[in-house]
Design a binder for this molecule. Sequence first.
Ligand SMILES: Nc1ncnc2c1ncn2[C@@H]1O[C@H](COP(=O)(O)OP(=O)(O)OP(=O)(O)O)[C@@H](O)[C@H]1O
Ligand SMILES: [Mg+2]
Length: 272
Amino acid sequence: MSAPQWLRAFDLHRPPFSKELGDDELWVPSSRERVVDAIVEACQERGHVLLTGEPGVGKTCVLRAVRRRLPDAGFRLTYCHNATLGRRDFYRQLCLALGLSPKATAAAVFCGITQHVRELSTERVHPAFLLDEAHLLQQQVLDHLHILANYDWDSAALLSLVLVGLPELDQRLRLSRNRSLWSRIHTRVHLGDANPEDTAEYLHQRLVGAGRSKGNDIFDSDALALLHEATDGRLRNIDRAATDALKAAARRKLKRIDRAIIQRILREDDLD
Ligand SMILES: Nc1ncnc2c1ncn2[C@@H]1O[C@H](COP(=O)(O)OP(=O)(O)OP(=O)(O)O)[C@@H](O)[C@H]1O
Ligand SMILES: [Mg+2]
């Protein structure tokens, strides 16, 4: 099956802004490398982490970059993305993700997980539970998380919790009700929106990754500036707008994207 016309028009062998990209293809400029470093270091020091950022800014991709950096031998990363569950179902989900058979009662599920964490520690493997979309966690789960991380009278750091979510997660954790958990999270990082140079670099890398020999010869500079402004430098918004722009240009048999094309696709989209 041949590639769609808009891809052929720009010498691309796959959609350049798809979410299907390998961990080794992630765009990690120095600003993001610092965020990845902070999370990697926290896991190496067996601490807990909070990572916040606006929707589509690239938080889950940062987790993937962390996965790539932490050696398989010493770490066991468990990714949980359904944060809307009640406490028992939350722990059952964690059980399944850890490959344990879920038990009937909440207490038995909790015991199964803590037992597993202890076993990993004797094998010198440090587990990290990555709780994505954590702004959606039910209060009953948040209330309990610091208990999950308590081993040997709270003197052994056998587990890292990495909470990832929208900026309101930070505000929520600062509430007095959550202070037991909040005070235990020493690494608190915010992933900011891309700046204009980042946006240009991101577009370049993704276009080259999809087969173009040069990624900076499609968008005019004022088109780029408008694209950046309209998307707030949030990568998922950039993915959508840049894809629409490529398709619109290909329909008109244009090889370059100017400001007028971006304005047109913004009018058709609710980004404007
Ligand atoms: N480092 C990256 N390298 C390449 N593409 C990225 C990177 N970060 C984000 N993206 C692109 O942006 C999209 C959104 O990123 P991601 O899913 O990580 O955002 P998020 O902050 O987790 O969003 P949400 O809050 O909605 O879960 C990805 O599907 C991908 O196309
Ligand atoms: Mg995400």
